[in-house]
Write a protein that binds this ligand. Structure first.
Ligand SMILES: Nc1ncnc2c1ncn2[C@@H]1O[C@H](COP(=O)(O)OP(=O)(O)OP(=O)(O)O)[C@@H](O)[C@H]1O
Length: 297
């Protein structure tokens, strides 16, 4: 079942083409990561899907209806990139205020506990740290037991521990059958949470696939080991040396290991792993940039 959909959605802001014929489908039960550099169009796409903006051309649907129709947004939870909280209200009061809009809200204590805010229930939101405020803003998206949650860069500005608390809460929601679309700059975050990744660059969808497949598009592996001297080896894309280890990036790890053995290199602690999503992401967006430069030329 499709919960949110963009079909050939284009959005212009004057001269700026923020989204260019974007197709995106989010099905029930999915956890989809929206990944892209600054200005790629992630927030614009999210704003179309949640009904804050309308496409210049093309179509968007939410639960089969028009996102600008409040009825279509009933089972939606959203945390935009920037949110404001009334500074003099206590955390618990803010939760109660939002809860009052829903027929069967998550109990206050349960929600705050899930987002690591139980101890802050009586604190005024104006006195919270930036990270605590952000966690509260994200928690509010979950109050009404939505079927679909859309989060625009939920963990921006959070430290490692706070980010992990948020990841756990998102994972728990997904494990209970919830659907999530989240945008992120943190490639590590998308890798940790999402099954599917949609990579956006300059308003276009560059890739829409599993994390493994996105890595596969680039197909680069990292072969690392400890060795002193290295002969010239074919098929090495890049060489790095850190902490006494040599890291070779290659498109054919099997052949590279055969070559190392064949050349009699006395290596130890061999490790072969796929490149991180971050490396894949940089390769895709660099490719896109190169393509654009060629087109311009
Ligand atoms: N209200 C607006 N008026 C004019 N241009 C806009 C507006 N909103 C966004 N843009 C432009 O549209 C493009 C896409 O912006 P958008 O905020 O969607 O990107 P993003 O991927 O969310 O970026 P970031 O990761 O920096 O939040 C950018 O060039 C941005 O400057």
């Amino acid at each position: 079942m499709i919960l949110a959909r963009a079909h050939q959605a284009t959005r212009r802001y004057g001269e700026v083409l923020a989204l260019d014929r974007v197709d995106l489908t989010v099905r029930a039960g999915e956890l989809v990561g929206l990944l892209g550099p600054n200005g790629a169009g992630k927030s614009t796409l999210i704003n179309l899907l949640v009904g804050l903006r309308h496409p210049t051309t093309g179509r968007v649907e939410l639960f089969g209806g028009d996102p600008r129709d409040p009825a279509a947004r009933r089972a939606l939870g959203v945390t935009p990139q920037e949110t404001g909280l009334p500074g003099t209200l206590r955390v618990g009061e803010v939760v109660d205020f939002v809860s009052a809009h829903f027929p069967d809200p998550v109990p206050r204590a349960e929600l705050l506990d899930r987002f690591g805010l139980a101890e802050q229930a009586r604190r005024q939101t104006g006195g919270l740290s930036g990270g605590q405020r952000r966690r509260l803003a994200v928690a509010l998206a979950f109050v009404g037991r939505p079927r679909l949650v859309i989060l625009d860069e939920p963990t921006t500005g959070l430290d490692v521990a706070a980010r992990r608390t948020l990841w756990e809460a998102i994972r728990a929601f997904h494990a209970e059958g919830g659907t999530v679309l989240l945008s992120s700059h943190y490639l590590e975050e998308v890798e940790a949470l999402a099954q599917r990744v949609v990579v956006i660059g300059r308003g276009r969808v560059l890739a829409d696939d599993t994390v493994a497949a996105i890595r596969g598009i680039v197909g680069v592996h990292r072969v690392s080991f400890v060795a002193d001297e290295l002969p010239d080896l074919p098929g090495v894309v890049a060489t790095e040396r850190t902490d006494g280890r040599t890291h070779l990036l290659t498109t054919d790890a099997d052949q590279l290991v055969r070559d190392l053995v064949g050349a009699g290199v006395p290596f130890r602690d061999l490790e072969v792993r796929p490149t991180s999503l971050e490396e894949a992401f940089l390769a895709i967006t660099d490719g896109d940039r190169a393509e654009a430069a060629t087109a311009t030329a």
